[in-house]
Design a protein around this ligand. Sequence first.
Ligand SMILES: [Zn+2]
Length: 743
Amino acid sequence: MPASDAKPKPPGRKSRDLRRRTVFRLVLLTVLGTLVGWYVSALVTFAGNTYGFNNRFTEVALVDHWLYLIGANLEVIKAYAIVACIYVTMIYPLVLLWHRWRPFGRWGVVWRTLLFSSVLYGFFIFRLMLDKPYFGDFSYLDEGYRKFGQWFGGALQHGLRGFVLYVFPVAALGVCGWFYFAEVRRAMRRNWHVFPWPVLGPMAVLVLLVVTGHGFVRETPPAEVEPGKPKPKPKNILIIASDSFRADRLACNGYPRATSPNIDRIAGEGINFRQCYTPIASTLESLTTMFSSQYPHTHGIQHMFPNKEQVARANAKMPALAATLKQHGYDTAVIGDWCACGFKELPMGFEDITVSDFDNFKVYMSEVVYLHHQILPLFFDNRVGHWLFPKLKSFANFMTPDVVTGQVVDRLRQREDDQKPFIIFAFYSCTHLPYRTPREYAELWSDPAYKGPHKNMLALNVDEFIGNVDIGKKWERLPKEEVEQIDALYDGCVRMFDDCVGRVMQSLDESGLRDNTIVLVTGDHGDDLFEPNVTFGHGLTFNGGDQNNNVPCVMRVPGVENRGRQVDSIVRTLDFAPTMLDLLGIPPEPRFEGTSFAPYIRGETAVPRAWYGETSYLFFRRKIPGEEPLYIPAMDETTTIDPEFDFHFVLKDKYQEAVLETKERCVRTERFKLVYTPGKRGPIFRLFDLTADAHCERDVKALYPTVFERMRNALVKWRDDHKESTIPDIFGDEDEFRIKPLR
Ligand SMILES: [Zn+2]
């Protein structure tokens, strides 16, 4: 039949007149196609090892654990399925209504579906970026949002935020809700009163939950604690600490920025120990000392990669504050994020441990797998996500400061209800590298015009850290504006932690527990921030001053009058456990090596203590001008993953000795600090006069030979015989501040 005989049709007529079923099918196929594309691209990227697996552990993961990796990748399909349902449910009515308004063809359905998919994804990510920026690297979006503010002003930026977060979801849900409502009504038109109208109530509540962010992306914030009846005895202990928390960055310790209004308030109501030191500036070792009151060389956890036997020995032998309190009927709990993961293996007497399981290779592998899937962030911080992916709770990205605070507040509420005495240790990662915080904190003190690599956090490449001991070239001569930027980010971290402290204290103070709870705000250690002869990190050296070991120690002790008192005598985290027992009237454990500093709190005199310290695992080579300090190979050589020890990183046996041999040791009195460094050509001793040289740059042992001799004896006695000398033991009746240099 000749073509000219065919009946002419209006152009595109057929393709524009789509049936509802066709629209639905096309939307469904497009959504599925997009998600399959995402999934495949995640697998391809993962196979290319471009994220986090770029090191020697990649090999271990791929060779030894390939089945586990495949399983983890299959597991995330659940997330895709849920997103597919949500997308299809929401996009189908939007496309169909659009089609009714202005008809279009099949390709029109496809691109509109893609458009709505992107908008929905963008919405969830935008909300996540503003709310919980720890969940991923949102710098691309962040920068756009910032530019928008710069170009159009803060008011419009705020308007955009409001539109995306509230107007958009309300409108989208409104349209979809109305559509489905109309559909149901249409189906029941002949018999409309059959429609279950009461169902609309719960549905409206559900919509409200999603729109206000309580249903899908956000956790419910903890409710206010109701005031209750005070309980007279025994006293509770609440320790709130942050990782890598420097004492000198608190306003109440003289820092010029307002980094710590809430901690300052506690200091004003209580007592502030400005010279508090940890014997070792590394998390696990330091916390073990804090809760066992034993030096690292006694409890045996001397670096951050202990093996199964070392951990078992410490668990079996060390005394523990929490265990003693347990015997007195206390509820003992640790709540913390990834920095607190060590408590999983070393509970230090605590019974209830709620922390992220960061230091576990399986969790690490899961996290790497999950983070490859762009869809997973949508499940990170909501109940649906926790239920679908229980492992998320163990991820470093999951246990955020907000989550920790919420759990601490919940715990306080439980104790108020059951009136059981408690010790709670709340441990946050707020001030830990890479100093990443929500925008409001990051921008508090940083230069808005800064354009360098450390815009949102210290741009540290993990591989650089674990695969290379020689980072000096890149980091040592960091320009001044970069250091200032990193400093500002760190100060923002301090402020974020301070806000967490504020929330916990508010809940405590509004409860009936206020007058019966001893509060201590502290840190496990400090941090290097580009002081002379150091770069970043902690526990590597005593160069640069006291910034690694001087931690905050701000206490509020009910029943003792010491409002706003400051103490400049040396106290140690080693002394926390005996001090707490002293304050509670419980005799100290005989195996404790620390001494109670409660006399200072009660306004009595005490024998002045010296601080003894050792460095931890040496990630980078130390720098001492004119000397050659010993060093060890990079971490990816010295450590291995032990499947027998729950896939933890452990130090290889052949490096055990070397790690101990590279340790620096020091003793510090109120004026002097003596540092011992193992060198290639023998021991290096340096004596510093801190009143004149806070950054420890000038060795004065030649000027103070007697001081040097006495302090060296004290250091050797502590290291070799495990016996510490007090300041009067070292200087006798002499006042160290009156000692004159030779010449
Ligand atoms: Zn730490």
